[in-house]
Design a protein around this ligand. Structure first.
Ligand SMILES: C[S@@+](CC[C@H](N)C(=O)[O-])C[C@H]1O[C@@H](n2cnc3c(N)ncnc32)[C@H](O)[C@@H]1O
Length: 216
């Protein structure tokens, strides 16, 4: 397997370890979401994989300083079964209603879509809405990440910031999950990519970071 183009040597990482007593705690890589929203003045936010909405809430708050915010969130919500959790290496989300109530407290425009992202995001493309910021963090199977990326490309203009979560550096076991395959094979003519620090280290030693992608 070829070496990724990012600085893979551990001495080049900024690393945080995010577990305590066997429970993953406060991984630091998510700070990148709020920093990138602030850096690029984003107010129209999209997230594939909303889960409990806590990061959505923080992203909306980061964007509120620039004006009114529109948030578009895609998740299976009640449709997420134990089988899907296993297949997608995912976390079981609360109900859409619970997340909706949480996010509506921000006073911003909240739009949630329940279902497989391959269908819901595809439908969303037809609405022709311009999106400033897209966080891809839904199903982690290669098929799902690939389809999400194919759909997301159709929503990107030259200023759209796309953040992929779950670039797994060092695990054979996780090779079939996450965005590594897409990021390592990204079309260099069309897209720039930036590996965002820090790299979080999970209890099992898995190194994880986010990657930012924009059109060139
Ligand atoms: C890792 S969690 C998302 C975490 C969230 N982005 C955050 O930062 O807190 C992954 C979410 O993706 C959802 N998901 C998994 N497979 C999906 C699919 N095929 N379509 C839509 N959502 C999916 C799961 O229900 C779960 O809530």
């Amino acid at each position: 397997m070829s070496k990724p183009e990012c600085m893979y040597e551990p001495q080049n990482y900024v690393v945080t370890i995010f577990y305590r007593k066997g429970v993953m705690m406060n991984p630091k890589r998510y700070e990148n979401l709020f920093m990138q929203i602030r850096k690029h003045d984003c107010t129209t936010l999209m997230e594939i994989g909303v889960w409990n909405g806590n990061h959505a809430m923080k992203m909306i708050k980061a964007a509120q300083v620039f004006g009114e915010v529109s948030y578009y969130g895609f998740d299976l919500f009640e449709m997420c079964t134990a089988e899907i959790v296993k297949k997608e290496f995912a976390k079981k989300p609360p109900s859409m209603d619970t997340v909706s109530k949480l996010l509506e407290a921000t006073g911003e425009s909240i739009n949630l879509y329940r279902g497989q992202s391959k269908d819901t995001v595809k439908d969303f493309i037809r609405k022709c809405i311009q999106v400033d910021f897209i966080f891809i963090d839904g199903g982690h199977s290669q098929d799902t990440v690939k389809t999400d990326w194919q759909n997301v490309q159709q929503l990107m203009n030259k200023n759209t910031v796309v953040i992929f979560d779950d670039y797994f550096y060092n695990s054979k076991e996780h090779e079939c999950f996450g965005c590594k395959n897409i990021i390592d094979n990204l079309d260099k003519e069309k897209y720039s990519k930036e590996f965002l620090m820090p790299v979080d280290i999970a209890e099992d030693g898995l190194h994880i970071s986010m990657v930012k992608v924009m059109r060139k």
